[in-house]
Structure formats: structure tokens, C-alpha cells
Design a protein around this ligand. Sequence first.
Ligand SMILES: Nc1ncnc2c1ncn2[C@@H]1O[C@H](COP(=O)(O)OP(=O)(O)OP(=O)(O)O)[C@@H](O)[C@H]1O
Ligand SMILES: [Mg+2]
Length: 235
Amino acid sequence: MNELGILIEGLSKRYGEGDAAVDALKDINMRVAPGEVVGLIGPSGSGKSTLLKCLGAVIEPSAGRMTLGNKTIFDNGWKIHDLRALRRDNIGFVFQAPYLIPFLDVTDNVALLPMLAGQSNAKARARARELLAALDVGHRAQAQPSQLSGGEQQRVAIARALANQPPVILADEPTAPLDSERALGVMRMLNQMAQQYRTAIIVVTHDEKIIPTFKRIYHIRDGRTYEEVGQGLCL
Ligand SMILES: Nc1ncnc2c1ncn2[C@@H]1O[C@H](COP(=O)(O)OP(=O)(O)OP(=O)(O)O)[C@@H](O)[C@H]1O
Ligand SMILES: [Mg+2]
């Protein structure tokens, strides 16, 4: 169930205490609907990574509320005991580098997390092949990661992020190392996957090539967010 996608209300994060305190997030309000891909843009030090780490339950916010899918995960304190299971089952991460496991073939890179979560190997691999096909890398399912191009590797990383059907995907500069055509290809796939699986996706980016693809953009500056209507370029 993913009725709400991502909802962030009045989120703040203070690092450190006293004179050394840094208010990295002051009053963050964001909403990403199921099936929507939004951009998050801001200068260095504006709080982008801090926000993704809070949403990904990697660090604890200082105050505010976060809802993922149909669960309030934080409301002035964690509302979930097992944060590791929360991350595994509810959040897919895509990074600038694909971080594939070099000694597993492409299928097992995608199937690994569901297997670790208790799914049968056969079922996890069947689902992995289905996702790889949807991302146009089905023909590379048996290859080793090192045999793939950068764009293909990034599509495998997206398949891996989708493997547990998380309601939420957090992507940090996913297209930075790719040329224009491949970067737009990755954005097309993220949009298609978001719609097909009702996933809410946040993409942190500086990449001018992909900014026109967003229908909605959040700018973050000095720990606060401002919403902007994007161009929503058809992919
Ligand atoms: N662990 C930490 N302890 C103290 N301050 C921190 C810590 N991590 C980040 N900060 C501070 O919080 C603010 C936001 O940092 P953050 O890493 O979220 O920025 P960013 O938008 O991701 O920047 P970049 O584009 O450079 O990656 C900055 O002022 C940073 O110095
Ligand atoms: Mg950062």
C-alpha cells in the first residue's frame, strides 16, 4: 500500500550542540505522490544529503513528521522499532555510482535483497529478470557487472532499488556520470517505473540535462524548501 507516497511536515535537523550547533534542516515540507518523480535541487551545504539521510532512516531528525507509504515513520521520534527492516522493505536507494557487486551476475545483483529478506531464490530471480526486461537490460541478465556500460549498470542499480517494490526511491545524483542521452534514458526509466509500480521518487541533482524532465521541483536553500513547477519534458 502506498496511499501517501512521501509526506514530510515541519522537518528539522540540528547537528551538534551549543555554539557548534548547525541547523541543517529548519522547516522542510514536501509531498511526493505515488507514481511521481520530483527533483530536489540546492547549492552545496543546503541540506540535500541530510534530508535524504533522514528520509532513509540513516540519521534521526530533530523534530517534525515523515510518512512513507501508509506509515508514519517519524513523529518527533521514530515510530518504527526496526529501522533496518524499514530501510530494506520500504526504501530503494540509487546513488551516483551503481555499486553493483562484482562477483554476482546482473540477475543476482537485483535478486540479492529479496533473497536476504526471505524470498525463495527462484521467485527473487524471476522478479529480477522481469525488472531487468522492463528496464531494457533483460538481454544482459547473465552478464557480470563489469561487462556492462555505465548506463546499463545504472539501469541495473534502478532494478535493484525496485526489487522489494518499495513505496519510495531516493536517488542521489543518479545521472551525474552519464552523457545526455543516457541520463535522459535513466530519467525515462525512473518515470516509467514510478508509474508502473506507484513508487514515489525523489531525485537529488545538479544535472542540467535532466532538470527539464521534472514536473515539480523542490529547491532547498538554507534548510528550507520552496516548490516550483517544472517543465515536465516528455521523455
Ligand atoms: N555530521 C555532520 N555534523 C555536523 N554538521 C554537518 C554534518 N553533516 C552535514 N553537516 C552540515 O549540515 C549542512 C547541510 O549538509 P548536507 O551534507 O546535507 O548538504 P548538501 O546539500 O548535501 O551538500 P552537497 O551538495 O555539498 O552534497 C552543512 O552546513 C554541513 O556542513
Ligand atoms: Mg550532499
